[in-house]
Design a protein. Sequence first.
Length: 279
Amino acid sequence: MNELIDQLIDIALREDIGDGDHSTFCCIPESATGKAKLLVKDPGVIAGVELAQHILKRFDPTLKVEVFIQDGAEVKPGDIVFTVEGKERSLLQIERLMLNVMQRMSGVATTTRCYVNELAGLKTKVLDTRKTTPGMRLIEKAAVKIGGGVNHRIGLYDAIMLKDNHIDFAGGIRNAILRAQEYLKEKGKDLTIEVEVRSMEELEEVMQTGGINRIMLDNFTPELTCKAVDRIGGKYETESSGGITFETLRQYAECGVDFISVGALTHSVKSLDLSFKAC
């Protein structure tokens, strides 16, 4: 597991438990053991099973988990994803964190699967964005992959993405691209360069400058997108973004873009309803 995820788990536990779960300590003997099940209450795609096991073991290594349904499976109300057996105090203290993570991840995976299914038969892949819950980016992006989507860059450090403000501050597209190329050469870094364009004129400037990897077509209409894809002619990867809804998703994909980035995968999802019940 990533070190950042372990740090998040530790912070979340301190936030929730503080100096002790007094509700549990006052009525549950330290020696009491029991068993609980993770119960599905909404239809969707389950995600976070692997991470839940890690959370449980990190909190109490003696807990025993039996998994019946793996990450990425479609589930329905009444399904039991796994059971956990061990100290009742541990089960009660870890319940909320485990549920919060799994409900959020399953909501993201379910939404992503809907978008992926909408593009069935086409080459276009669904991308996530950096519009994630602070501190939970790696978890939410993992859920996108479980749902069948593709991760865009993880952060500001693993790719160069020249967006509108970079371009405007740099004095234009050509300046921004040349500076990016020089920066990578100077620093000895091997990062991809993506450039956002807002018009066919900007696209033409990118094509004339060259030396990039992907072009993002920002807030293009489907008609302009088809025209832009034709102009690029497969020389660079293409990505559509901005103003694209679930209803227009396939229309953009039919233009032949390689990717469509969808912020809604992580910033506008409904968590899947799950519960953790004694059994």
